[in-house]
Design a protein around this ligand. Structure first.
Ligand SMILES: [Fe+2]
Ligand SMILES: [Fe+2]
Length: 228
């Protein structure tokens, strides 16, 4: 397929359910020992992955008019395909509990990062793969360990798969962020600090998963200075 040109919609099309509510009204997912706690976790993660599909395609569509190599678009199509696989795995696992995506409310804050970075590709790459997806690498091992402890091996295995793939998504984000900065004669980590401070609400939360971030090629000098 040729890379066409299009205007990305402000919001992606969404199913009638889940009902979107403020983040503070989300069902608690503290107690993984109960099915309800794990259902809440799987549902929240499915919702994140649905947003991730949209975010990957939004980069392709929104920045189609910029002078970018073909491989840029191929990389994000690859990310979108993996996000779709993640969504499908989580939605299937919800089915094992007799639930479907949409049966619980979800929060509506996830598209804010897209809106805040809609007209600046460097800001989008800084905030979406390099802040939000990198944050996923920080928090996922603990969730996997808790699922292992309560004996939910199928859910733990899905999260391990997602974790491995997400290292690749951070790597894709960093590769293009660095490359675009250098093409414009900019110093990548300086641009990263400036864009995150301007476009992302709040500080980055330690502790960081340095091992996974390093596996993605993401050096601490980018994110450490932005830590709380
Ligand atoms: Fe994902
Ligand atoms: Fe991802």
């Amino acid at each position: 397929m040729a890379v066409g040109r299009t205007a990305a919609p402000a919001h992606p099309a969404r199913p009638g359910r889940p009902v979107l509510r403020p983040a503070r009204e989300m069902p608690k997912r503290r107690a993984f020992g109960s099915p309800a706690g794990r259902i809440a976790l799987l549902h929240a993660l499915a919702h994140i992955e649905l947003n991730a599909i949209d975010l990957a395609w939004d980069i392709v569509a929104r920045f189609s008019g910029e002078d970018l190599p073909r491989s840029f678009f191929d990389d994000w199509v690859g990310v979108a395909a993996e996000e779709a696989a993640h969504f499908a795995l989580l939605a299937d696992r919800l089915g094992d509990f007799g639930m479907r995506y949409g049966d619980l409310p979800a929060h509506d804050g996830l598209w804010e990062a897209a809106a805040a970075t809609a007209d600046d590709l460097l800001a989008r790459l800084a905030v979406v793969p390099l802040v939000l997806e990198a944050r996923g690498l920080d928090v996922t091992p603990e969730m996997v360990a808790r699922l292992d402890r309560v004996g939910d091996m199928p859910s733990a295995e899905i999260l391990r798969r997602i974790y491995r793939d997400e290292i690749g998504h951070v790597a894709v984000g960093l590769r293009w962020f660095d490359r675009l900065c250098r093409m414009r004669g900019l110093v990548p980590e300086e641009v990263f600090h400036e864009r995150v401070r301007r476009c992302f609400k709040g500080d980055l939360k330690p502790p960081f998963n340095h091992k996974a971030r390093a596996a993605a090629g993401f050096p601490a000098r980018y994110y450490e200075p932005l830590a709380r």
